[in-house]
Design a protein around this ligand. Sequence first.
Ligand code: C5P
Length: 308
Amino acid sequence: MSAVTVRVPAKVNLQLAVGPLRDDGYHDLVNVFHAVSLFDEVTAAEPDDRSAPGATVTVRVEGESAADVPASDDNLAVRAARALAGWAGRSYRADLLIRKAIPVAGGMAGGSADAAAALVACNELWGLGLPLADLMEIGADIGSDVPFALLGGTAVGTGRGERLTALPTSGVFHWAFALADGGLSTPRVYGECDRLRADAGEEAAWPSVSEPLLAALREGDAGRLGRALTNDLQPAALALRPSLEGTLRAGRGRGALGAIVSGSGPTCAFLAESEAHAAELAAALKGADGCRAAVTASGPVPGATVAG
Ligand code: C5P
C-alpha cells in the first residue's frame, strides 16, 4: 500500500470536571467526551524521491488555520508516527499530509485528532496490524485526548482523561459551534482555573460523573443533556477571552438547549433541538461577539477510521 487516508473527528466535552493539580502537572479529571462530525483528514504516504533525505517522517498541513500548525518535529502527528515506529522497534518512513477542518487550539482536540489519525494511517501503511488498545496506549503518551480520538463515540475519561469507558447513548445530537479568532493555550487555561480557585479560596473537589448527564445520553434526551452540560474550565476561558460571554449569550438567545465553552476553548458549543435548529443557530452566531465563523455537526460519530 503506498498511501492511507484516515478521517478523524473533533470532540466536545459534555462534562469537564477538573480535580486537584497532580505532582506531574496534570489535573485529575472526569471528562465526558463526545465525538462530532467535524473531521480532519490525515494521509500517510510512502516517501518518494523528492522527500527530504534522511527524514523519517515529514508533514505538510493544509486547510483551516494551517499556518498555525507546526510543520516540524513538534507536530503531534509526527510525534505519534515516530512513537509508533519506536514501539514496532524499526525505523519506518512516511510523508504525512494533514487537511484541517477542526479549529486549531480551539478546545476541540484537533492536535490530538491528528495524532490519532497518524497512528491509524501508519499502522496500516506499515502493515503493523497493532490492535486499537496498543494504539491507545501509544497515543496517551502523545496527549491526554489522543485515546478518545481513536475510540470516538461518547466516553468518560478519568485520570488525566486518557482512561476511557464507552458510554451508551441513544439517537443523534445536533450541534452548532462558534469558532473564535485565534486559539487559547490549554496549559494557560488550566493555570487560570487554578489561579481563580486559589483566589476564591476554593479547594478542588474530587470529580465525579454527572448522573443526570448519563441518563440524558442513555435516553437521547437533548433537552436534559443541554441542562446537564458543565465545564469547570469555562470561567478560566471566559476570564482570558471575555468576548466569549457575548457568543454564549447569542446562542442562548436563539434557543440553544445548552451553551458551553468546548474544553479549554475558545470554541463555543451549542446543543440544538434538530438539524434545522443547528443551522439556524450557526447562521445567527456568525454575527455574534467573539465569533469568527460557525459550523454545524452531529454526534456521536466513530473515532479515527481509514477513509473509503
Ligand atoms: O495531555 P495534553 O498534552 O493534551 O495536555 C496539555 C496541557 O493541558 C498539559 O500540559 C496540562 O497543562 C494541561 N492538562 C492538565 N490536566 C489534564 C490534561 C491536560 O492540566 N488532565
